[in-house]
Design a protein around this ligand. Sequence first.
Ligand code: 2AM
Length: 509
Amino acid sequence: NQSDIGLIGLAVMGQNLVLNMADHGYKVSVYNRTTSKMEAFIKDCEENEPSAERVVGFAELKDFVKSIAKPRKIVLLVQSTAVLPHDRDAVDATIAGLLPLIDKGDIIIDGGNSNWNATIRREEELTKAGYEFIGSGVSGGELGARFGPSLMPGGSKKAWKSLKPIWEAIAAKVDPKTGKPYEDYKKGVPITEGETCTTHIGADGAGHYVKMVHNGIEYIDMQLICEAYQLMKDLLGMKPDEMSKVFGQWNEGLLDSFLIEITTDILQQKDPTNKRKWFVDIVLDAAGQKGTGKWTSTSALDMGIPANAIAEAVFARCLSAIKEERVAASKKLKGPKNTKPVRGKKALIEAIHDALYSSKICAYAQGFQLMAEAQNEYGWKLNFGEIAKIFRGGCIIRARFLQKITEAYAKDPKLQNLMLDPFFKKELHRCQENWRKVVSLAVLNGVPTPAFSSALAYFDGYRSAVVPANLLQAQRDYFGAHTYERVDKPRGQKFHVDWPEPDRPQLKA
Ligand code: 2AM
């Protein structure tokens, strides 16, 4: 009576994935480097989990391996730190430990937040040696892992075929008509109807790349909400509970999403140590980050894709983190004088809604542009409609909005930019006046809105037939003889002017 699958790495994500698989009827072997954690988990299962009988713990790696039915499927959820292809980390150490014990044809699945470069390298090494390897993004945090994550596997089709039934069973499920996730999963009684939030993303590192872009989008989604919050606070003097009501209303409409929903909850919370204070008011404004937003941005820079709003969200976290420096600067650097009181609260709240919504469209447009370029760069074949589909449930960026993206790519799989889809185009046109008003008002009042502003700059830049790079090219030709192209000649034909030396002005005449 062997196990259907094994899992190594029993931190919370690992534990919850195990329980999710067990709930779906799979027998799961588990192993952890530190045995006491495995023992504590098994004990906890026995006490609290209806599916405990299907979870079996092992103190020895060789016994763990032996317990799994062939071809073995072994999921790793160990901490990953490798960024460059040649970096070696805990995932590599764990794989190295497994190799003497497993057989050719066995499948190792890395479910951690590994960098796609490391995944490409591992897939190549393992496939060459006769094993199978899948790098799978797992999104949805702890609860997602437990009750239905969005799963983004990359690897060979053969390996995917073996893993597919389990991955499809445990992934989040959505109502195919509305795109809304089903959320009534109780321990031991999983959801089995609906469309499943997993699909084979592509070869080798494709799954981890798409998961990374998901996280990049998550960064900006969160930043946009924070900017809306700051505008309501600073321009309208609204208190958290009042803002919570606004977010609650927004969650009934176009912005309906997990992140808006949790924001609604957070803003109603009181400080656990002092019920007279709001929770958000006692949380220090210094953001942390684990690196996936940074990777998304550096990948954008490496490939030359304008994902400025996503990068801006990363920089906003960096700026927040220098709290002491900001506090000191706040005493020295002054903002605008004579700002007028802001009137028309209802209209401004609506305008902030529209600014958030439009910026969000741009952010997603940038994320999908990145994936489109990455598939050229890495030789993947990505299906953007399918990717939007599996983002609809389980993951942190799940939103009603994703149904529209799914429809956009279903209508036109080769859509050049999400902003050009008829629905999103119409929405941007409808919202832009409010968006501009909000950004102007923020600028005039000295309220920083980096994500709203850079998304707007992206929209304005993208829709500009002419940008000032003509002057830029002239400058480059002047100081570096970098040459320029002419508007009246075919692209690719290069020209150069013999510029006078700047320190010999007489030549200019
Ligand atoms: P541990 O409990 O023994 O620390 C998340 O940190 C998970 O990754 C934990 O289960 C942790 O095991 C595991 N992990 C981290 N580094 C590891 C390594 N070098 N080898 C094996 N497991 C590791």
